[in-house]
Structures are given as C-alpha cells and as structure tokens.
Design a protein around this ligand. Sequence first.
Ligand code: ZN
Length: 116
Amino acid sequence: MNRLSFYDCSGQDGKDNKKAFSRLPSPLRLVIEQTQTKIQQIVEQYNPGRKIQPTSGFRSPVTNARHAGEVDSLHLFGFARDFRIFSDEPMPFNVPDFMVCLKSKGCWHVAYKRGI
Ligand SMILES: [Zn+2]
C-alpha cells in the first residue's frame, strides 16, 4: 500500500490529513499505518474477487468535520477505513467478528468494533 493511502486514499483530503498525520508521534503513526494496512488486507482476504477501492483512512479533525464525520469517529485515530460502493456489488464486505462493515455516507465503512 502506498504511504499516501493511509490517509489520502482518493486524493481529496491530502492537505489537512498529511499535516495532522505528520504531527503525531512516530510510534502512533506506525500503529495507524499498520492498522490501515491490516484493515485493507482483511477486506481483500475475506472478499476475494470483489472490487476493492479505499476512499478514506486516517482523518484530521478538520477533514473529518468537512465530511460531516462523527465527532468521535474512528477515522480520527486511523482505526476505520472507507471503501467505494460499486453499484454492481451492493452487499457489504465480509469481515471477521471483531470488525464491522456499515454503509455510511455513500461508502462501506470498515472498522474495528468498539469496546472489545
Ligand atoms: Zn468511515
């Protein structure tokens, strides 16, 4: 996965996200990179043959607000990743029990379940 896709999957949010990401302590950046990579790998592994196009990962507070994200969105911590919904593939992605895949604002929102 290319580095930009951790936080700027479709190129629309690069400015705010890049700045916010670079301000984080390096161990936290590493955790976010690994988490985003793992979510992508799980979606690919559990959905062979499907079209998989990430649109959003880690978000800065500014970007999250611009996209009307939840105040406590897991995107703020890099623990959620959105994927494009293709009209010929209307079903949610298959994910393991410790994750969720929800339709949210025109995307598939894939995240770790809260509280586990
Ligand atoms: Zn999302």
